[in-house]
Design a protein around this ligand. Structure first.
Ligand code: CP
Length: 312
């Protein structure tokens, strides 16, 4: 019988996923894309409630998890720390157990603290999904990025992916490095030395001083915004200097039209990407967003199956 469960009933890091898990998720993504396009409805999350616990701002991840859960017949509740009893001194753990007591089975957690989703997962027998923890990881973003690359090229093994910009503060970069390397891609970084992890060579990645060298090498450029909310000041001399050396312009894309351009969003147009660039067919930023819903549907569906198989 075909394997229908993941190796773990939670997702905290790209490291939690085996290649078999990723293939299973991508097969399920294709299933949902196809059947949704035919007008099918789904009941994979019937009887389940998903807590969207976002302690940091989000547009794409929060809304796509909400749409994904609802398309699968699940309920969602939105937990906002600013209007919760955390402001009255209740601990994170008490908050978790309080929501659990209302028969919530799935926690999608975004937090500025690295390791918060892991801490919660260790203190519950419910499903926990990391929706971005500090500068640590954002594994569902890596899944949707890999799926977008796979769908465009038909394969990932051997492709050259260069991550450009603020790699140091990026949870998207960390999750992508782990996942894309697992799937056989070659990875490189490009960015100012102050925004590249000091010991990056342990990841066995290439490094390019300018985006022009990166474009010459890469099949895929993954742009990152400057994550000022996680940065000490003064890590780039000026925005215009950063943009001149690492910004993707129409002129640069025109030199290599087959180059695929990804960005997890939100984009700071005029800094890492020129305003007019999204009109190029291989700039797949909107496609990434669309894939994000189907990837999260697939993940939720498979995590519930995995959770139920362990409860038997
Ligand atoms: N890519 C991403 O995590 O975007 P949001 O912060 O809008 O969720």
């Amino acid at each position: 019988m075909e394997k229908e469960v993941l190796s773990k009933p939670y997702l905290l890091s790209s490291d939690d996923l085996t290649i078999e898990d990723v293939n299973l998720i991508f097969d399920r993504v294709k299933y949902f894309e196809y059947h949704y396009s035919l007008g099918a409805t789904f009941n994979d999350l019937n009887g389940y409630t998903v807590a969207l616990a976002f302690f940091e701002p989000s547009t794409r991840t929060r809304i796509s998890f909400e749409i994904a859960a609802k398309r699968l017949g699940g309920n969602t509740i939105l937990f906002s720390s600013a209007t919760s009893s955390l402001t009255k001194g209740e601990s994170l753990l008490d908050t978790l157990h309080t929501i659990e007591a209302m028969d919530v089975q799935i926690f999608v957690v975004r937090h500025s603290g690295c390791g918060v989703p892991l801490f919660l997962q260790r203190n519950t027998n419910k499903i926990v999904i990391n929706a971005g923890d500090g500068k640590h990881e954002h594994p569902t973003q890596a899944l949707l990025d890999s799926y977008t690359i796979l769908k465009h090229f038909g394969y990932i093994n051997g492709l050259k992916v260069c991550i450009v910009g603020d790699v140091l503060h990026s949870r998207v970069a960390r999750s992508n490095i782990i996942l894309l390397k697992k799937l056989g891609a070659q990875i490189a970084f490009s960015g100012p030395g102050t925004l590249i992890p000091r010991h990056f060579s342990i990841w066995n990645v290439n490094f390019f001083r300018t985006i022009d060298e990166a474009i010459d090498w890469a099949d895929v450029i993954m742009l990152l915004r400057l994550q000022n909310e996680r940065m000490d000041s003064g890590l780039v001399p000026s925005l215009s200097e950063f943009s001149r050396l690492y910004g993707l312009t129409v002129e640069r894309i025109s030199r290599k039209p087959e180059l695929v351009v990804l960005h997890p969003g939100p984009v700071n147009y005029g800094i890492e990407l020129q305003y007019e660039a999204p009109s190029f067919p291989n700039v797949l930023i909107q496609t990434q967003v669309t894939h994000g819903v189907f990837v999260r549907m697939a993940l939720l569906s498979l995590l519930v199956k995995t959770y139920e198989s362990r409860a038997k």
